[in-house]
Design a protein around this ligand. Structure first.
Ligand code: FAD
Length: 467
């Protein structure tokens, strides 16, 4: 059986790795080939090294509480190179003032009374409203609802607008009043079903995972990365794949169903036939590949936000007057700034900047404010630096900067996302048997979720070979 994996981002790499391993272990009569449009693997993972700095142009880390990346790193001998974030704690810029993130808040949900009560972020009325979660009945919803709607119902508008929204939109670059709870944070929905109160439920689950020593507690480092950057994981996976299994610079243009399998046509005009094809590319690229597919409207209408990361190197002396502690800040004052967040990368990951230097990374672009990404590098840097100078005493201009644009890169899982994915899969099975989709557009955007999706798809496809 011939299997093609399309896309050499972390999902496709994970799928190809686990398929190759299973084929070898089980001595299966199958062969896997991975096709990547670019000359490099990694997709959104792009580590850039310049002047002694280590800059992540895309993702900079992965969540420590999810197992996917740890497991794959171990497989390819990279587990020793995993590092936790150094500095902890972050701030939120809200109503023109910087506030520390309340201690004990997990995804914005208070799990400790004292730091929440002492937080300058919320008014007494907002704190009292959030505490009503302890008494409020269950919502009784059976259908999916928005993340914003759910948390507003449980904790009130202020906690959502000033804490949860900036936190989550930092992850999803989306409007949380449209994002699907079931597709992003199903555990909170289950928590309401089981424990009624989110605050009680969070306390319980924190205590349980502490006991089982599963994942970090609210005080421990939440993130992990690799000593030599995330691309080092990509390179290690690449080294473990058979040489003839990776085809770089191969852009898939079209897939058609023929009597002898799925015919792939590439941008250079060549064709090849496969029994199974796994697409791991962003969803908005799929309709062009299968123009006759009945699910194309669903794929085309699913939004994806355009963002840019702006990494800037400074001499430490330029940062001397900044008293803000921790790993950086999120911007809740959406209308007043272009930047949505700023990471003090040299503090969060001390291996990323040379001695005596500092690395700041800001984000621009959010739903409704994506135009800035089309500006020139100079304009984007200028606007980011201006915002930073309005917020903190930053001196002078960056010694250098690296702007990376990510167009339509953050898929938005709108309410009803899971049903939509299910419908797409069902229609694919009927119209293009042997063709499957997975990856960031479908079952989770974080790196651990992408790895797990790749692994699951690998075993699903191969179980068809094993019968
Ligand atoms: P991609 O990485 O998009 O890979 C798809 C691949 O398909 C690409 O290599 C592309 O070139 C290839 N391709 C496309 N079309 C074709 C074609 N026609 N033929 C062949 N190949 C094709 N997640 C975290 O966990 N932590 C973070 O800190 C984090 N930060 C992020 C910051 C940014 C700026 C962005 C954009 C995302 C971030 N994410 C983060 C999310 C995470 O990086 C992505 O969801 C994940 O990397 C997507 O992996 P993927 O393999 O599914 O897709």
């Amino acid at each position: 059986m011939k299997i093609a994996v399309i896309g050499g981002g972390i999902t496709g790499l994970s799928a190809a790795y686990y398929m190759q391993k299973e084929i070898l272990t089980e001595q299966l009569d199958a062969h896997v080939e991975l096709f990547e449009a670019n000359e490099e693997l990694g997709g959104k993972i792009r580590t850039h090294k310049e002047q002694g700095y280590l800059i992540e142009r895309g993702p900079d880390s992965f969540l420590a509480r999810k197992p996917g990346v740890f497991k794959l790193a171990k497989e390819v001998g990279m587990d020793e190179e995993i590092v936790p974030n150094d500095a902890k704690g972050a701030s939120i810029l809200s109503k023109g003032r910087m506030h520390s993130m309340p201690g004990g808040a997990v995804m914005g949900i208070p799990t400790k009374f004292a730091p929440f009560a002492a937080s300058s972020l919320f008014s007494p009325a907002a704190k009292a409203r959030a505490a009503m979660d302890l008494m409020l009945p269950r919502g009784g919803q059976t259908a999916d609802e928005s993340v914003g709607g759910f948390f507003r119902r449980r904790l009130g508008h202020a906690v959502v607008d000033q804490l949860i929204e900036p936190l989550l939109s930092g992850i999803y670059a989306g409007d949380i009043d449209h994002l699907s709870l079931e597709a992003t944070f199903p555990q909170f929905r289950r928590m309401e079903e089981e424990d009624r109160s989110l605050i009680k439920g969070m306390k319980k689950s924190q205590a349980a995972s502490k006991e089982k020593q599963e994942g970090p507690s609210a005080e421990q480092a939440m993130f992990r990365s690799f000593k030599y950057g995330l691309s080092s994981l990509v390179d290690a996976i690449h080294r473990h794949l058979d040489e003839d299994a990776v085809r770089l610079g191969c852009t898939l243009s079209e897939i058609s169903r023929e009597s002898d399998g799925l015919r792939l046509t590439f941008a250079d005009g060549t064709t090849d036939w496969f029994d199974r094809v796994l697409l791991t590319v962003p969803h908005h690229l799929i309709p062009e590949m299968i123009p006759s597919f009945s699910g194309n409207e669903r794929l085309s209408e699913a939004p994806a936000t355009t963002v840019a990361t702006v990494a800037m190197g400074f001499d430490q002396t330029q940062l001397d007057d900044i008293t803000l502690e921790g790993t950086g800040f999120l911007v809740a004052d959406k209308a007043n700034y272009d930047i949505t967040a700023c990471t003090f990368t040299h503090r969060k990951w001390s291996h990323t900047a040379p001695e005596g230097k500092g690395l700041l990374r800001t984000y621009v672009g959010r739903p409704g404010q994506e135009d800035i990404v089309s500006e020139s590098d100079e304009t984007i840097v200028e606007r980011a630096v201006n915002d930073l100078k309005r917020i903190m005493p930053l001196k002078g201009e960056p010694e250098f900067s690296v702007v990376t644009r990510w167009r339509n890169s953050m898929p938005q899982y709108l309410v009803g996302h899971k049903d939509k994915v299910q419908a797409i899969e069902t229609h694919l099975e009927e119209e293009f048997p042997g063709l499957y989709v997975t990856g960031a557009s479908f079952g989770g955007i974080g790196l651990p979720d992408c790895v797990t999706q790749g692994e699951k798809a690998a075993y699903n496809l191969l179980s068809l070979v094993q019968g």
